[in-house]
Design a protein. Structure first.
Length: 231
């Protein structure tokens, strides 16, 4: 079976947000697939420091993984062994290339079992006060200034049309630049939620009108942050 194992959203995450089921699985599974071996091993050690790391096998799955490589890293599944898929942060397959392996499992009659755990995207949404009945995750917005402006205005237009919450993120060191553009281009009465360091001790989740954010200075310099707008 393929188990989808959530990872922490930061190294200062409390252990009690993870299920006993996941801890038990980490003690049993010997084969893992992850986007980055070093960070995946670090997470396993975080939850189960007693595990002998040399007994574990890690295969890399990222956006460059070919179909041939996918066949190779799924070999343990073909041999009847379980694999644990670990995301870089949060739930596997959300803003994560793990869906390639999940899709392969469905095509090859391999059972896929999701394990509950943190997702900054979903946790930010439910704590935002914005529409949880109709929402979309848009990943990263364009880096180019002109394209990003178009993307921001388009998301606001979609939100205004159907009342949806539009969720997106940015590389932490570009948070300030994105925030400045949001305040510059969005309608003053559009809601903006800024959720930083979700699940961590210094977590901050706050929703205000854009006009109110103009007099605030959010503290998110180089910190993982989720942005949500609703018009």
């Amino acid at each position: 079976m393929l188990y989808l194992l959530p990872a922490y959203l930061g190294e200062t995450s409390p252990k009690d947000i993870f299920s006993l089921k996941e801890i038990d699985l980490l003690k049993e599974i010997k084969f893992f697939v992850a986007e980055n071996q070093k960070s995946a091993r670090k997470f396993v050690k975080f939850l189960c420091p007693e595990i002998t790391q040399s007994e574990l096998s890690f295969s890399i799955l990222d956006k460059r993984t070919s179909e041939k490589e996918l066949e190779y890293l799924s070999k343990p599944l073909k041999e009847g062994k379980d694999i644990g898929l670990i995301s870089e942060a949060g739930l596997p397959c959300i803003a994560d290339p793990g869906n390639l392996l999940v899709s392969w499992c469905h095509r090859n009659d391999i059972r896929v079992i999701p394990i509950t755990g943190p997702s900054s995207i979903i946790l930010a949404l439910i704590a935002s006060g914005l529409n949880g009945q109709n929402f979309a995750f848009n990943g990263y917005l364009p880096i180019d200034a002109g394209e990003r402006k178009k993307a921001i205005l388009n998301l606001e237009k979609i939100s205004k049309k159907n009342g949806s919450s539009q969720i997106f993120m940015e590389t932490p060191y570009r948070n300030q630049s994105l925030f400045d553009d949001l305040i510059k281009y969005l309608n003053p009465n559009t809601f903006l939620c800024i959720a930083t360091n979700v699940t961590l001790p210094n977590e901050s989740i706050r929703t205000l009108y854009c006009k109110e954010w103009r007099t605030k200075k959010p503290k998110f310099h180089k910190e993982p942050t989720i942005f949500i707008i609703q018009s």
